[in-house]
Every structure is written in structure tokens, then in C-alpha cells.
Ligand binder design. Structure first.
Ligand code: ADP
Ligand code: 5GP
Length: 216
């Protein structure tokens, strides 16, 4: 069934603040909430699967896709190219919602074509904790950790682009906050209007609860 009211949820954060952890937890508890799988020229981390976390492609292939207008948005982040294909956003119509894990450039571009998208920014409790989390992930070398930490500071300066800004301190509390944003946004009048209008049409169609007037 096609769903024109599917929620487009952009989740951004400085690298290491926990958006992957939080979006995975949200998806585990909300059925039929899909993840937009981006293309990237970054090399896969241990455990990452082509087509699940990302479509991993060579730079030449990415540039060809750009020329072919495959992407709704794309950007260079940490020296690698990342992009959301138009095919991914089309998947939203088959789902309850679609999560985009993109940086501030991607958030801005998605918002400009889909102003109904909801953008959430996740902050670390402190810069010190962010550095610990980047290091704790143990999937990158020290130079990469340092590069990501520097970019994190720049990324935070773009918080003003976002509809919601939340701190990922206690993990369970943060999951609750993100879930609350999702449910509240799903109930937004503009998104629920179609359902309400369908009920009104249905009610009118067969007389609703108003009994037919008795003939005199
Ligand atoms: P991002 O996707 O934003 O780069 P990750 O979700 O990969 O961040 O999280 C970075 C690291 O921090 C991971 O090792 C993750 O397990 C850890 N982490 C995430 N959220 C919390 C939290 N609330 N408390 C402690 N550690 C966390
Ligand atoms: P990572 O390499 O840690 O998976 O992601 C690095 C950064 O790239 C993160 O800030 C992530 O949100 C961003 N990113 C991932 N996919 C996309 C995308 O398709 N477009 C944009 N603009 N950024 C992306």
C-alpha cells in the first residue's frame, strides 16, 4: 500500500555522538521504519555489509552516478563522498517512515526539496565524551579519530538547521527521546489530515452515525 504521509526523519550528529546506535534502536522498536542506504566512497568498516549500511563504490563510479543525476543530495564528508539516491527516497511510499543518516549538508538539501522532512540533531554530553566514543568505536586509526573530532566541532555549529536537538547521554533516555519525537511527528495534524478526511468521507458516504430522518 502506498503511504504519502510516511515520515522522513533526518538524523544527524557529529561523528561518534551515537546516531547509528540510536537509529538502530528506533528501527528495532518501530515496525516498517526503513533506513535510507546511502552510497559512499569510504571503505567498509568491520561488520558493514554492502547494501545494508551503505552501497560502497569507487570514486569513479560515484562521480558517474553524480553525472547521471542519481542523487537527491550528495556531499564530501571527512574526505569521502556520500550521497542519497532518488531511489532511496522513493522507498518511503512503501513504509511508515524513512530514516536518513546524513550530515548537515545532506540535511539542508533534503529539507530544501522535502520541507516536510523532520530533522533531528544529536549532541554528545561533552566534547571529552565524544572523543572517548570516537576512540571506543575502535574501527578507525588515531589520525582518523582526530580528523573526525575536528570536523565534529564544525558540525555542531550547524545545529540551527534542525527541528530538534537532543543530547545522547544515558542511552535508554536518548532512545526514548528519539522515539517520542518520531511518534509526536507522526501525529502532527498535517500528516494525519488524510486519515481524518477519509473518516469524514466514509461517514458521509453511508450516513455516519446520524440516523436517517423518519418520514413524516
Ligand atoms: P555515530 O553513528 O554518531 O558516529 P555510533 O552510534 O557509532 O556514533 O556511536 C559511537 C560509539 O559510542 C559507539 O561505540 C557506541 O556504542 C557508543 N555510544 C553511543 N551512544 C552511547 C551512550 N549513550 N552512552 C555510551 N556510549 C554510547
Ligand atoms: P560514517 O563514515 O561515519 O558512516 O559517516 C560520516 C558522515 O557522513 C556522517 O555525518 C553521516 O551522517 C554522513 N553521511 C552518510 N551518508 C550520507 C549521505 O548520503 N549524504 C550526506 N550528505 N552525508 C552522509
Amino acid at each position: 500500500m502506498s503511504n504519502d504521509d510516511a515520515l522522513l526523519l533526518i538524523v544527524s550528529s557529529p561523528s561518534g555522538a551515537g546516531k547509528t546506535t540510536l537509529t538502530n534502536a528506533l528501527r528495532a522498536s518501530v515496525p516498517n521504519l526503513l533506513f535510507s542506504v546511502s552510497h559512499t566512497t569510504r571503505k567498509p568498516r568491520a561488520g558493514e555489509v554492502h547494501g545494508r549500511e551503505y552501497y560502497f563504490v569507487e570514486r569513479k563510479e560515484f562521480e558517474r552516478l553524480v553525472r547521471e543525476d542519481t542523487f537527491l543530495e550528495w556531499a564530501e564528508v571527512h574526505g569521502n563522498l556520500y550521497g542519497t539516491s532518488r531511489a532511496e527516497i522513493a522507498r518511503a511510499s512503501e513504509a511508515r517512515g524513512l530514516i536518513f543518516d546524513v550530515d548537515h549538508q545532506g540535511a539542508r538539501q533534503i529539507k530544501s526539496t522535502r520541507p516536510d522532512a523532520v530533522a533531528v540533531f544529536i549532541l554528545p554530553p561533552s566534547m571529552r565524551i565524544l572523543e572517548d566514543r570516537l576512540r571506543g568505536r575502535a574501527s578507525e586509526d588515531e589520525a582518523t579519530v582526530q580528523k573526525r573530532y575536528k570536523v565534529a566541532l564544525q558540525e555542531i555549529q550547524h545545529y540551527g538547521l534542525f527541528d530538534y536537538v537532543m543530547v545522547n547521554d544515558d542511552l535508554n533516555a536518548a532512545i526514548e527521546k528519539l522515539r517520542s519525537i518520531f511518534y509526536a511527528e507522526e501525529c502532527r495534524r498535517s500528516r494525519a489530515a488524510r486519515t481524518a478526511e477519509a473518516l469524514i468521507a466514509e461517514g458521509r458516504g453511508y450516513g455516519g452515525t446520524v440516523p436517517p430522518r423518519e418520514a413524516p
